[in-house]
Design a protein around this ligand. Structure first.
Ligand code: MRU
Length: 374
């Protein structure tokens, strides 16, 4: 990759400001945890794994800059920062997973002492970043087998290097297939309302010289009907215990279209995106963002003043529409509940339930029709 999504600079964190892309490649220096939290909220950095890395680095930065030598005072101050990070965005579980990893280190401050804990927190944040890139490469390695010569591969939103520590999940699959010399075509959904496909995925693919065609979200059906799409690969923000998957709004519609055209639909995600404490996708908190993102186009009004609008940032795709989940441990197939548990048993135990928050405004309930099986 010719760019770095996020970098630890010792006294600050440097982010590639994704709000400015593709017009400008501008880096944003965050000198403290609050500015990192603000960058996550305003989507200067976004994408499930990337916001996990950012939150962890923000916590490490706060720890490094905290003056108190008293373990209790130090722990209280850093715990407040952890909470601030948790309150930034509610859907991507990677954020809560990363905060909990940092809290685990923090809880040992009584034994380790403040200075050692500071070092351990920085080490942990850097480890989260390093592992994320390695994990994405493994996802790419497993996923590339799904792409055949001459295929048309459709993706939604941005699940690339920009959305992760580097390399990407869904785009990682595409990069790995390209690196193997496979010739294929990529279709990129523009991804209204925030245009992550158009602004970010298309930008990444142009940087990487991968042939890609940008389409508006409402064109996917036509492409499928014409036989131009052979595979759909998307990322994920949270995967429940039965395989129901929350991802960028519009993913569900694509999955329905894929099913009706007989096209395999895959989710690419690290195991840090799994939330087995949730029985189904109905329990996943869905972020609702400001309706100005719908009524305006990059600040310019495109709807009559006073009109109501609805702006959920994510939707849930029921597991029945998903062919497989490409993880760093391999491709998980149905029955998801059983196979996810089996795979998870081999991993380190994790807390029963993440302490997550919902910022829903309109309170429109999300139901997945067959969310109880799996
Ligand atoms: O609102 P965003 O841009 O943070 O949403 C990002 C997505 O939905 C991605 O597809 C998902 O986080 C996976 S990123 C590897």
């Amino acid at each position: 990759m010719k760019f770095k999504t996020i970098e630890w600079k010792g006294d600050r964190i440097r982010l590639l400001d994704q709000r400015k892309l593709p017009q400008e490649v501008r880096y944003l220096d965050c000198p403290n945890a609050s500015s990192v939290a603000q960058a996550i909220r305003t989507m200067a950095i976004r994408g499930a794994p990337a916001i996990g890395v950012a939150a962890a680095m923000g916590i490490a930065l706060a720890a490094k800059k905290t003056r108190s030598r008293n373990p209790r005072v130090f722990a209280k101050a850093i715990e407040k920062v952890c909470q601030e990070m948790r309150e930034t965005r509610p859907t991507a579980v990677n954020l809560f997973w990363a905060v909990e990893r940092m809290e685990k280190i923090l809880r040992r401050v009584g034994n380790d002492g403040v200075e050692e804990t500071k070092k351990n927190l920085v080490r942990e944040a850097l480890q989260i970043l390093k592992t994320d890139i390695e994990v994405n490469r493994k996802i790419g390695m497993y996923g590339k087998k799904l792409i055949k010569k001459g295929d048309g591969v459709l993706t939604h939103c941005n699940a690339g290097a920009l959305a992760t520590g580097g390399y990407g999940t869904a785009l990682g699959v595409i990069y790995a297939a390209r690196d193997e010399g496979k010739q294929f075509q990529v279709f990129v959904d523009e991804t209204r309302p925030m245009l992550q496909g158009c602004r970010l995925t298309a930008w990444e693919l142009v940087q990487e010289k991968i042939p890609a065609t940008l389409i508006t979200d409402n064109m996917a059906g036509v492409l499928m009907r014409k036989g131009l799409v052979n595979l759909v690969v998307v990322g994920a923000d949270r995967i429940a215990g039965n395989g129901d998957t929350a991802n960028k709004i519009g993913t569900y519609g694509l999955a329905v279209l894929s099913k009706s055209h007989g096209i395999p639909f895959y989710v690419a995600a690290p195991t840090s995106t799994l939330d087995l404490s949730l029985a189904s996708g109905e329990e996943i908190p869905i972020e609702e963002r400001n309706i100005a993102e719908v009524t305006h186009f990059r600040g310019y009004p495109i709807a009559p003043k006073g009109v109501k609008a609805f702006n959920p940032a994510f939707d849930v795709t029921p597991h029945s529409l998903i062919h497989g989940i490409i993880t760093e441990k391999g491709i998980i197939r149905k029955p998801f509940r059983k196979n996810l548990r089996k795979m998870f048993a081999a991993l380190k135990p994790r807390p029963e339930r993440f302490q997550t928050l919902s910022t829903g405004q309109a309170g429109v309930p999300y139901r997945t029709r067959d969310s109880k099986e799996g």
